[in-house]
Design a protein around this ligand. Structure first.
Ligand SMILES: [Zn+2]
Length: 227
């Protein structure tokens, strides 16, 4: 568990995936979550993410809002957004192969996505007199996604100390954990965590594809936990 800092009122970036959902759960027990935000950036999985996020926000009794950022889909070639670009498939034993994860990361990269999301959430936080933006970062994906790392979080905090009047802080309960540790941490929660509601898949089908990097990472995290 990462240092908790000083809890308070929080705005949560809630994609409906495992990491953000677990952060919502921790936040609901320790802070005062005042708003959960789900971004529509033209991603294939938006409808599924929105459903998961709405359900989770309702369960934890947190107001939920969708922010439409559909101009994002015109900015690049990300496989998360473009119909004609296939999302890379993985086998579990490929998840730690740096060349595979780096090439996949390039294909699903969306220009400055987390940077933009954090700043938008910080605007809401300042307006709502909240002192925190809570995000679902993890150590495992930080290895290939620099915008998931502790260093980015610290840099974002420094920038926000200038750009918000109340020095909003970005915080993640899971930034020092890998996915397996995140699943394990669910046992610390006093309320049962609705793991089956989470949508982690990069695709937007009726069921999770089971083969994208995000599906495989969730699968591995839960499989290890069952051993
Ligand atoms: Zn998937």
């Amino acid at each position: 568990m990462t240092s908790l800092g000083s809890p308070g009122k929080s705005v949560i970036l809630l994609s409906g995936g495992l990491d953000s959902a677990v952060n919502l759960a921790f936040c609901a027990e320790r802070d005062e979550p005042v708003l959960a935000l789900t971004m529509n950036y033209g991603q294939k999985a938006f409808e599924r993410e929105k459903e998961a996020a709405q359900r989770l926000a309702h369960y934890y009794d947190v107001p939920h809002q969708v922010i439409v950022l559909d101009w994002f889909k015109n900015l690049g070639e990300s496989a998360l957004q473009k119909k004609e670009s296939a999302i890379p498939h993985f086998k579990i034993n490929e998840l730690d192969e740096k060349s595979r994860t780096e090439s996949s990361a390039k294909m699903v990269w969306v220009p400055n996505r987390n940077g933009a999301f954090i700043n938008i959430a910080a605007s809401f936080a300042e307006a709502l007199r909240a002192n925190r933006v809570v995000v679902g970062f993890n150590k495992e994906e930080a290895e290939t996604f620099p915008d998931n790392s502790q260093s980015f979080l610290e840099a974002a905090n420094q920038a926000l100390s200038y750009s918000t009047a109340n020095q909003v802080e970005v915080f993640s309960y899971t930034t020092q954990m890998n996915k397996r540790e995140i699943v394990k941490a669910l046992a610390e929660l006093s309320r049962p965590f609705p793991l089956s509601w989470v949508w982690s898949c990069y695709e937007g089908g009726k069921e999770s594809c089971g083969e994208c990097e995000s599906c495989r990472r969730s699968e591995r995290a839960q499989a290890v936990e069952e051993l």
